[in-house]
Ligand binder design. Structure first.
Ligand code: PMP
Ligand code: GLU
Length: 398
């Protein structure tokens, strides 16, 4: 049966596919340690769960307004003011079924044929596909490992054309953990105003930064840049709420309105109990956010130490999110059993599953074939065991 032209070249999200594969293997009783998962393994905080349960008990189980309930949009407005110093009104905010949906809606209403959308690389797997689904063209702006993959104004200038409609920023970055430096953020904001392009700022990992590094939303750097920025946020990582599917976008209201109208014909609105839970998350106590961050910080330190101890592995310290993105290209050209050679991040990933029962995500899926992504969303003991297995398997490569 013929598929629509639109989806013919779409590939499934590899992050989700590999995570699902690891879960399947675990369910079959295979002892797999998964470094692939892009979600905190912590439980959703109790007060958030309670708000969701209360919503269901109270019969808050019907459709809501497509943009989400007013109480939730107001909570997003309050959060953006409290955490990011941003002033928005309710009609400048839409809530969606995850920030992935917010980004998708934005791509659909804002990008067109002939538009170019710059995506700094390495990038999160869904950006290029969403841009293509909107019939626009993704243009990649490589960052450099030697500079910790931190995006610089010059990286954008190099690929900017008259057709550039927008740049997708993701700081802290999935997969590298890079956080854009404040001076560069200012320089990028100036460039956007000067050259008249828009910014999509995906701040899903804003609450997870380490070693004293702080997240700054580019929209907070002045009215001119705010007027051309869409801030996209999520409850998924900050509150361990991935399955509740609740994200949002804030920005110029004519585009937000179009996103709401589009949503009214697609998902209708985010799930109503999830909306109530998200209100509790956004406005409730902050202790769980900080305790999760601290735990991630501990794991990150340990992971980096151990990775540095594996001959052939190089890893720039990630400043945020919950991933490390080590360079493993020293193993390319080495032989596995029966004379087969490792020649890519995909080969190495397959080898690690087979030999070490450890899953990672190939860097190729994020636009960098020299690397693999290791998520530290798992307990310290598993991190230790997983790295031990990985080190042993890598040592065998000759
Ligand atoms: N942006 C980035 C950078 C991500 O890694 C993810 C995946 N967790 C998302 C957006 C989407 O998250 P969600 O839809 O759960 O809000
Ligand atoms: N964003 C997470 C990841 O990169 C979850 C999976 C996804 O949505 O891509 O692993």
């Amino acid at each position: 049966m013929p598929l629509s032209r639109r989806v013919r070249s779409i590939s499934p999200s590899s992050t989700l596919a590999i995570t699902a594969m690891a879960k399947r293997m675990q369910a079959e009783g295979i002892d797999v340690i998964s470094f692939a998962g892009g979600e905190p393994e912590f439980d959703t905080p109790e007060h958030v769960k309670a708000a969701g349960i209360r919503a269901v008990r109270d019969g808050f189980t019907k459709y809501t307004a497509p943009a989400g309930i007013e109480e939730l949009r107001d909570a997003v407005v309050a959060k953006l003011k409290r955490d990011n110093g941003l002033e928005y009104t309710q009609d400048e905010v839409v809530t969606c079924s995850g920030s992935k949906q917010a980004l998708y809606n934005l791509a659909m209403v804002f990008f067109d044929k002939r538009d170019e959308v710059i995506i700094p690389a390495p990038y999160w797997v869904s950006y290029p596909e969403q841009v293509r689904l909107a019939d626009a063209t993704p243009v990649f702006a490589p960052t450099r490992e030697e500079e910790g993959f931190r995006l610089k104004r010059g990286d954008l200038e190099r690929v900017l054309t008259r057709r550039t409609k927008a740049v997708i920023l993701n700081s802290p970055c999935n997969p590298t953990g890079a956080v854009i430096e404040l001076d560069e953020l200012k320089a990028i904001a100036e460039l956007a105003v000067e050259k008249d392009f828009y910014l999509v700022s995906d701040e899903a990992y804003e609450a997870l930064t380490y070693d004293g590094v702080k997240h700054v939303s580019i929209a907070s750097l002045g009215e001119e840049v705010k007027a051309r920025t869409f801030v996209v946020g999520s409850t998924s990582k900050t509150y361990a709420m991935t399955g509740w599917r609740l994200g949002y976008a804030a920005g110029p209201k004519e585009i937000i309105k179009a996103m709401i109208d589009l949503q009214s014909h697609s998902t209708s609105a985010p799930a109503s109990p999830s909306q109530k839970a998200a209100v509790a998350a956004l406005l409730g106590p902050r202790e769980t956010v900080e305790s999760m961050r601290r735990e991630f910080e501990k794991r990150r330190r340990y992971l980096l130490e151990r990775l540095h101890g594996i001959p052939g592995v190089r890893c720039v310290p990630p400043e945020g999110a919950f991933y490390a993105f080590p360079n493993v290209s020293a193993f390319y050209g080495k032989k596995v059993a029966r004379g087969r050679k490792i020649s890519s991040s995909t080969d190495l990933t397959a080898y690690l599953i087979q030999e070490a029962r450890v899953t990672v995500v190939p860097g190729a899926d994020f636009g960098s074939d020299k690397h693999v992504r290791i998520s530290y969303c798992l307990g310290m003991e598993q991190i230790r065991d997983g790295l031990e297995r990985m080190a042993k398997a890598l040592e065998q490569l000759k």
